[in-house]
Design a protein around this ligand. Structure first.
Ligand code: SAM
Length: 202
């Protein structure tokens, strides 16, 4: 089975994404998959040629996955972690031959151990951090730091409304306690809703 094949996104993915949002709004955290522009912004500036291991958090139907896989070097290890079983099934349909662990990102270190990965260069996150309680934010950031190599990055995104919600505000305040550098991009307006990218360096 090919490991590079990607089944293109179709209206089915948008519809199922919305349906999952209605069922589990705080887990899904968005009404639609991220746009191609936001996906491009997420991977911008990442040195894929130097990366040995990349992990994706909360890939949903794979809005960022396609951009990541296209740039991945043949020797780079990659896997995704997705909590929602419907999203996991849709993702596996679109990315045959690629690995997705169904579970919670707070156990990323255990999933890495299972994959035989000791250090991760980049974590791409599609997670709805502003829906995560303090325990889950802390546990996930701590587990991420345990697997990231020195200088490794957690690259994530946020919505303006998320920065105004109490849990979202606490998340952005928490980042500098975990990472030595935190940089935020300008808004990507062509996304529903407009979003920005945050690059956190260990
Ligand atoms: C806002 S959606 C983003 C999906 C996709 N990355 C995108 O940008 O279109 C958030 C995704 O994170 C997943 N998720 C939420 N909490 C999670 C957790 N604790 N562990 C793993 N995935 C989680 C949701 O099921 C959902 O697929």
């Amino acid at each position: 089975m090919s490991t590079t094949a990607v089944v293109p996104r179709s209206s089915k993915h948008g519809y199922r994404f919305l349906r999952e949002f209605i069922t589990q709004p705080f887990v899904i955290g968005a009404v639609a998959p991220s746009s191609k522009r936001l996906a491009r912004k997420m991977v911008e500036g990442v040195d894929f040629t130097a990366a040995n291991a990349i992990v994706e958090f909360g890939p949903g139907t794979g809005a960022f996955t396609t951009k990541i896989l296209r740039r991945l070097s043949p020797s780079c290890r990659y896997f995704a972690i997705e909590l929602n079983p419907t999203m996991a099934d849709l993702w596996r349909e679109r990315h045959p031959g690629r690995t997705l662990h169904q579970g919670s990102v707070e156990h990323v270190d255990q999933f890495c151990a299972r994959e035989g990965i000791e250090q991760v260069d980049v974590i791409f996150s599609g997670l709805p951090w502003a829906s995560f309680d303090d325990r889950l934010q802390e546990a996930t950031l701590a587990a991420s730091l345990r697997v990231l190599k020195p200088g490794g990055q957690l690259i994530t995104f946020g919505y303006r409304v998320g920065t105004m919600l109490p849990k979202g505000r606490r998340f952005y305040r928490r980042l500098p306690k975990f990472f030595s550098r935190v940089e935020r991009s300008e808004y990507v307006w062509r996304n529903i809703p407009p979003a920005f990218v945050v690059r956190c360096t260990k």
